[in-house]
Design a protein around this ligand. Structure first.
Ligand code: KG4
Ligand code: ZN
Length: 361
């Protein structure tokens, strides 16, 4: 099955061609093309994604990417599915992808090509399959699994029983963990998106220098809360009057003295450690309670090497397998949308071709 997938839920415009085979029993995927145009530079001056700008950029970028995939504007004769993310995400941005997908469908002579809507969270959920080499899908090694889905908009723990059955165990009650990385980065005067910036800085700092709280770490549920952690960082910086004045004055704070450099690195490292500690503690507790065989980590924040390597280490210690997509498929991309489309189609699951900003999993 050849799938042309489109992703425009936030600030990445992406089109991919994915080949899926093997059905639900032995699914196998080949990413033929996965093109991503990031809008980071456009949104960075605003410190976050501006929906109207995202919409404008998707409109401009979609035909450019399409032309890169099909230089002569031809469409594949053997295309089976056009898939597009319908939510969750920014609705003006989602609509751009949906309209583009609809217009492609109209242009195609082969009326057998199906147009299907995809849930962005399911796309992140299935993205780990892109890490499995040829025919390496062994359900007995994977399921049941605990999935930690961490992105800019979501922080969700799931129990996944098979490729088609899962149950949400908990989620964040306020900020998503990626969002808290972005907000703390802003407090430190670092550019958007903050996750990778905090990670870079954290390597230079001492994760045990500042005792930030680990919200909800010992509560016997699987929910999270990250806004209090961000506020603790805010109070910590506010109490250091010289630094907070400089951050406000320069927007992008560049520490000048060695003392400032180490202080900012310590804040980044200590914040990152606090956030990761909570994520890992709750994931491992769920793994024990539900007696799973593996842990799956996915979403943009899965790019964080400290999170990934520590969770992997904990999984190994507990005798569990660990799966996470290759780096390029952590943050938003259309290849994972193509993978999810394969399952959406096989399960005959139907999403309306309308933008649904708060679509759930
Ligand atoms: O999955 P994604 O691309 O978009 C959403 O669906 O939200 O995730 C983007 C989020 C942003 O908040 C970004 O700061 C965060 O993922 N992120 C990271 C890292 N790389 C991206 N957070 C921590 N460490 C990273 N290396
Ligand atoms: Zn995403």
């Amino acid at each position: 099955m050849i799938i042309l997938a489109i992703e425009t839920s936030c600030d990445e415009t992406s089109i991919a061609l994915v080949k899926g085979s093997g059905g639900l029993k032995k699914p196998k995927f080949k990413v033929i093309k996965n093109l991503v145009l990031s809008q980071i530079k456009i949104h960075a001056p605003f410190g976050g994604v501006v929906p109207t700008l995202a919409k404008r950029e998707h409109l401009k970028n979609l035909p450019l990417l399409y032309q890169q995939i099909f230089p002569k504007n031809q469409i594949l004769d053997n295309l089976d599915i056009i898939a597009v993310t319908v939510g969750p995400g920014l609705e003006p941005a989602l609509w751009m992808g949906i309209q583009f997908a609809k217009s492609l469908k109209q242009k195609i002579k082969n009326k057998k090509v199906k147009l299907i809507g995809v849930n962005h969270l399911e796309a992140h959920l299935y993205s780990f399959l892109l890490s499995l080499k040829n025919s390496a899908f062994k359900p007995s090694k994977i399921f049941p699994a605990v999935v930690l889905l961490v992105s800019g908009g979501h922080t969700i723990l799931l129990e996944m029983k098979s490729l088609t059955e899962w149950k949400k165990l908990g989620e964040t009650r306020d900020d998503a963990v990626g969002e808290s990385f972005d907000k703390v980065a802003r407090l430190l005067g670092l550019p958007y998106p903050g996750g990778p910036e905090i990670e870079k800085l954290a390597v230079l700092g001492d994760p045990n220098a500042i005792k930030f709280p680990r919200p909800m770490i010992s509560q016997k549920n699987y929910d999270f809360s990250f806004s209090g952690l961000k506020t603790s960082v805010l109070y910590y910086l506010r109490d250091l009057k010289n630094i907070s004045k400089k951050i406000k004055a320069n927007k992008f704070f560049k520490p000048t003295t060695n003392l400032e450099k180490s202080l900012v690195a310590n804040v980044a490292a200590s914040f990152q450690k606090a956030a990761i500690d909570v994520l890992i503690a709750k994931t491992m507790r769920a793994a024990r309670e539900f007696k799973v065989k593996s842990i799956i980590l996915c979403g943009g924040v899965a790019s964080n090497k400290a999170l990934k390597s520590n969770l992997k280490k904990e999984a190994k210690k507990a005798g569990l397998n660990f799966f996470s997509p290759p780096m390029e498929y952590n943050t938003d991309n259309a290849a994972m949308v193509g993978v999810a489309a394969y399952f959406t189609y096989l399960r005959n699951k139907k999403y309306k071709l309308e933008a649904k900003g708060n679509l759930n999993i």
